[in-house]
Design a protein around this ligand. Structure first.
Ligand code: HEM
Length: 822
């Protein structure tokens, strides 16, 4: 079939000039009968289509040089090629390696189905762990081979050669097979990784459902191109109960199984995101501007693969946050315990407010209590109308409502504020009457009004001109400063006003119910999280801040995990601590899940939003500052995660921004960060446990499991940072290159270096270790260590240890990209 196929392709694409797409469209090419006839007959006989497919080019197109040697890049060659260039050889050989390395995946997958049939949950756990390990290896060790290079040939599969020489030969075609199919044109797909059976099998096990009918049709179309035995195998698997359905039923009793299931989803996502880098580099970036890039399989690559990634995310099993992954102490169950530490010696600078009465202090602490609403205010912020606002604050309501319109294009907002000077002075005199909630709301409104007052003079242009700069009159600045001091918050518009205090949840449209918990991703998806104050009144502003409200709300689980983790370190309870790390990884995943795809309408929406908001929220800052603001705002989430996990500190701008942002946080958040800073980090604890493992006679596998959980948190954090970086690049594209290539590269470097490979390193170095207890994680560890010792490929040999960056030699331009996307 391959020989006939290459003759057919040579005839159509070789003789007619394969770059003349337009000509093909107008004038459908005809394959002569003397080629078509033999090709169609032989294809029918083996149950395939008369077109070169994945089996022709990969599965059935290789041999070992040394027949007894391993299937490795060094010991393989392709049986047939079109072009004779090294790039084609390398491209298909990488696929062969991946197919070969995927064999343990298939083995574990079959066993997993058997365990489900037998209802053997501990057996299933073992298979999940080995699936996870194999997928890890496929993604982190095998996929990067595609980017390998040598001194002599440079990149072994060059983007340009791939796109302009190989791809046109093997892409999808529409051809008339002379004398067949009623002489009507037939469209057949070219060879594509989508015709491999490996990922479809995993999708079946994980119950990944296609949300789009179009995607599901495409996938079925690809399935028609895989060898019939593989097809039967898939059909057979589909008849069985899949792991998702089985594990979902055990949610309440076997939460560990759910975590393990979700980890496999992570691994598959990891694969799909890394693979997406190929598509970006080799297809999307090479396609002529203004055309939609299609894969060799003929799909609109970007949409197709993104949809598949989203659908994979959706297969995750969501555990109710109340499901205990471990049994925390009773006190910790009652509320999130933040260990008490004397903050008098705290190095964090806290602004000094006026002497405050005790009651006020208690109320303020309650208002920002870290916990039930994540880092959002614990008390739902009131929405003031002219009826509900305190009498003296009505002027703030009137002005803030007028702002979006009145600020546009150097509008009359400043004049409007000045017209209400007397009411503003009256307001300034009544500050003492406000309670904590009212004071917060009033202060936030004032923050908006003073920003609008300043911006309305020069909001027209991006550039601020000196003569336009505006001094705030005393009757605005004084009450604002006074309130800010009283509330111990910054006297400028900040993340606190834009997100933490700026939300409400709309009632359910159908049942008119109010939400029973704070802002969540689900509420965001339903469009029920609304922001209260706005500068611009454009939909993307609601979308942007609404997303951040959901992120802050979803951070609740991560905060709980950190808080309990600190407790577990103090108690030196390793099992409880492992549970906390697992919960933390899950918590970070929930936060990541709040980052939707780019704003649905034209991609400039986010750019326009930031350009226009800048005059209000960061008039004196540079675009680079703005990029940092978009990345982490003044939110406590990233500082808390970095400090708790013990990520090594850098000196790059993002780190400096993170450190400074603490000053803009509410007091309770600063305390929370201070407590983490003064406690032992997760990494330090893990290191101590590992070094003292023999002395303290801890079970080796307990420490190993802890290490895996820790690394999982780091990976999730990397994914989180990657999502933030994508957002920054869309919002501030002017600084995207700097952000990606300098800041994110450093950020990713520090995170990657924080991975731990302590036990594995010790094992590999041959140090004696105590006997491994025969338990589930031990089996996983053994499998883990075994994969370390496999020496099939030279690329694999170079790798230092699991979790460490993979040392496949890449082109410099790839390195930044490849390391950022997880
Ligand atoms: C330069 C390298 C690669 C490029 C440019 C690339 C491109 C693509 C494109 C464009 C698609 C969408 C379907 C289509 O229209 O063809 C796709 C799908 C797919 N590719 Fe690749 N691919 C590459 C390497 C690989 C490798 C090494 C594998 C591993 C076997 C692989 C596995 C898959 C799978 C499984 C799909 C189906 C989508 C999914 O399940 O996520 N690809 N690829």
């Amino acid at each position: 079939a391959y020989i006939r196929g290459s003759q057919g392709i040579a005839y159509i694409r070789g003789s007619q000039g394969f770059e003349q797409d337009t000509r093909e469209k107008k004038n459908i090419p005809v394959l002569p009968r003397y080629i078509a006839s033999g090709w169609i007959k032989i294809s029918e006989k083996i149950g395939r289509n008369p077109m070169l497919d994945y089996s022709d080019c990969v599965l059935d197109n290789w041999e070992r040089l040394d027949k007894n040697g391993p299937i490795s890049m060094d010991n393989l060659r392709l049986l047939s090629r079109f072009t004779g260039v090294v790039d084609e050889e390398h491209f298909f050989k990488t696929h062969v390696i991946i197919e070969s390395e995927a064999s343990p995946v298939i083995e574990a997958l079959q066993r997993a189905f058997e365990c489900i049939e037998r209802k053997d949950t501990s057996g299933l756990m073992v298979q999940f762990k080995s699936l996870e390990t194999c997928l890890f290896r496929l993604t982190r060790t095998c996929l990067p081979i595609m980017f390998a290079s040598t001194k002599r040939d440079g990149a072994l599969c060059d983007y340009y050669i791939f796109f302009h020489q190989l791809r046109p030969l093997i892409k999808t075609w529409t051809v008339i097979y002379d004398g067949f199919y009623d002489n009507k044109p037939r469209r057949f797909m070219g060879p594509s990784g989508a015709m491999s059976s490996v990922l479809p099998c995993i999708d079946i096990l994980l119950g990944v459902k296609m949300s789009s009918i179009r995607l599901s049709k495409m996938l079925s179309a690809f399935e028609a191109y895989i060898p019939s035995d593989h097809r039967d195998f898939l059909v057979n698997l589909r008849r069985k109960v899949n792991a998702r359905d089985y594990v979902s039923g055990l949610k309440s009793t076997e939460p560990h199984l759910v975590y393990s299931f979700n980890s496999i989803i992570d691994r598959v996502l990891d694969f799909r995101w890394s693979h997406f880098q190929f598509v970006k580099k080799y297809v999307i970036e090479q396609a002529p501007k203004g055309t939609e890039a299609t894969g060799t399989g003929g799909t609109p690559a970007f949409k197709y693969l993104h949809q598949h990634i989203t659908d994979t995310e959706e297969a995750r099993i969501i555990l109710e946050s109340s499901t205990p992954i471990f049994q925390p102490s009773q006190a910790a169950q009652a509320e999130f315990l933040i260990p008490k530490i004397d903050l008098a010696q705290d190095s964090i600078e806290t602004p000094q407010g006026e002497a405050r009465g005790n009651q006020w202090e208690i109320e303020r602490q309650k208002f920002w209590k870290v916990g039930t609403n994540g880092f959002l205010c614990a008390v739902v912020p009131p929405i003031w109308t002219l009826q509900t606002a305190p009498e003296s604050c009505k002027v703030l309501v009137i002005l803030s409502r007028a702002m979006p319109n009145a600020c546009v294009a150097n509008g009359p907002f400043r004049a409007m504020v000045e017209g209400r000077k007397s009411e503003m002075i009256a307001f300034a005199e009544s500050l003492e009457d406000l309670n904590v909630t009212e004071a917060h709301t009033a202060c936030s409104l004032l923050a908006y009004i003073q920003a609008g007052y300043k911006a309305s003079g020069y909001a027209r242009n991006d550039e601020r001109k000196d003569e336009d700069s505006v001094e705030l009159p005393d009757w605005i600045s004084k009450p604002f400063r006074k309130l800010a001091e009283k509330l111990d918050r910054p006297a400028r518009v900040s993340y606190l006003d834009l997100v933490l205090l700026n939300w409400h949840i709309q009632k359910d449209d159908i049942k008119g119910r109010t939400a029973d918990r704070g802002p969540t991703r689900a509420l965001m998806k339903e469009g029920r999280i609304k922001i209260v104050h706005r500068f611009l009144a454009i939909p993307v502003e609601q979308w942007f801040w609404g997303m951040h409200v959901a992120i802050e709300g979803e951070a609740t689980d991560a905060i709980r995990a950190i808080s309990n983790g600190l407790q577990a370190i103090r108690k030196d309870d390793i099992l409880e601590f492992t549970g906390c790390l697992d919960a933390l990884a899950q918590g970070i995943r929930s936060i990541i899940g709040c980052h939707p795809d780019p704003y649905p309408h034209p991609s400039r929406a986010e750019l326009v939003l930031m350009r226009r908001l800048k005059g209000f929220i960061a008039p004196d800052d540079t675009l680079r500052d703005l990029a940092c603001f978009v990345y982490s705002g003044h939110s406590a989430i990233l500082p808390a995660l970095f400090k708790f996990l013990g990520v090594k500190r850098g000196r790059h701008k993002l780190q400096i921004w993170r450190d400074n942002s603490v000053k803009f946080m509410p007091t309770e958040h600063r305390k929370f960060i201070g407590v983490i800073e003064h406690s032992m980090s997760a990494r330090a604890y893990l290191k101590t446990l590992t070094l003292q493992q023999r002395k303290t006679r801890r079970r080796l596998h307990d420490v190993a499991v802890l290490e895996v959980s820790f690394n999982r948190c780091i990976e999730q954090l990397l994914r989180f940072c990657s999502r933030r970086s994508q957002l920054v690049c869309r919002c501030v594209p002017q600084e995207a290159q700097w952000f990606r290539e300098v800041q994110m590269k450093k950020e990713a470097e520090h995170l990657t270096r924080s991975h731990c490979a302590l036990l594995i390193g010790r094992k590999l170095s041959g140090a004696p270790t105590p006997a491994l207890a025969p338990s589930v994680p031990t089996a996983a560890l053994k499998a883990f260590v075994k994969t370390q010792q496999m020496k099939d490929s030279p690329d694999i040999r170079k790798r230092e240890s699991v979790g460490a960056p993979i040392r496949v030699k890449r082109r410099s331009s790839d390195q930044s990209e490849g390391s950022l996307i997880y």
